[in-house]
Design a protein around this ligand. Structure first.
Ligand code: COA
Length: 185
């Protein structure tokens, strides 16, 4: 199962995966499904996806079913995203269907998304994760570092480009690969 880019006709799935990405602490009730439509900030993570610079989504498909999606968006302005750092840094959202978690799909998706983001000239990506969410260990393993605590959340950043522009990321550590390898061909 190789992660691939999510196709434009599949972008509506981001709504469902955003709902799955909402961390519900033990003992708490999950919000209603339409929270991702009603909450204006959550809606910004999926509505109109594909139209803005920084919109990149990758997915994993198994037996004809998309089982995990990771994507980036730049959510600046008056009501910035939870993991917003600046208007150049895309923020990551990710979810895997519950029955497929813990199998390595999330790590694979993030690895591809990080590299794809670097190919699209991004120097870093960010995300926000609840302190109690086990997903933070996955992010730390992939080289994300905590840059700020925001209440119950951690703001994490992964640097993608070294000073000379070469890629620094999982699976590619130490390799001096030119940006946009296909540029100029
Ligand atoms: C976080 C998530 C995308 C990781 O995908 P995955 O395919 O389960 O992850 P992998 O199998 O590649 O890696 C396992 C790591 O994911 C995390 N993980 C595993 N099961 C998890 C679960 N049920 N919920 C959250 N994180 C989990 C752990 O950090 C684990 O690493 P560890 O064993 O070293 O602690 C997925 O578990 C998920 O969709 N969780 C719920 C939504 C969510 O929390 N999204 C992130 C919001 S910031």
């Amino acid at each position: 199962m190789e992660p691939r880019l999510l196709l434009p006709e599949e972008f509506p799935l981001l709504r469902d995966f955003l709902y799955l990405a909402i961390h519900v602490p033990d003992g708490q009730t999950a919000p209603p499904r339409d929270v991702v439509d009603i909450d204006p900030l959550l809606a910004r993570y999926w509505k109109g996806f594909g139209r803005k610079e920084g919109d990149v989504a990758v997915c994993s498909e198994l037996d004809g079913r998309i089982v995990g999606v990771a994507w980036t968006r730049i959510l600046g302005g008056k009501h910035p995203g939870y993991g917003h750092i600046d208007d150049k840094t895309p923020e990551i959202a990710i979810a895997v269907l519950p029955e497929y978690r813990g199998l390595g799909i999330g790590e694979e998706l993030l690895t591809v998304l990080l590299y794809q983001s670097w190919c699209e000239d991004k120097d870093q990506v960010s995300l926000s994760v609840d302190k109690d969410n086990p997903a933070r260990h996955l992010y730390e393993r992939l080289g994300f570092t905590i840059v700020e605590e925001r209440g119950a959340d951690l703001l994490m950043v992964k640097t993608l480009a070294a000073e000379d522009g070469s890629y620094i990321g999982p699976g590619w550590e130490g390799l001096a690969v030119p940006r946009r390898p296909d540029a100029g061909t």
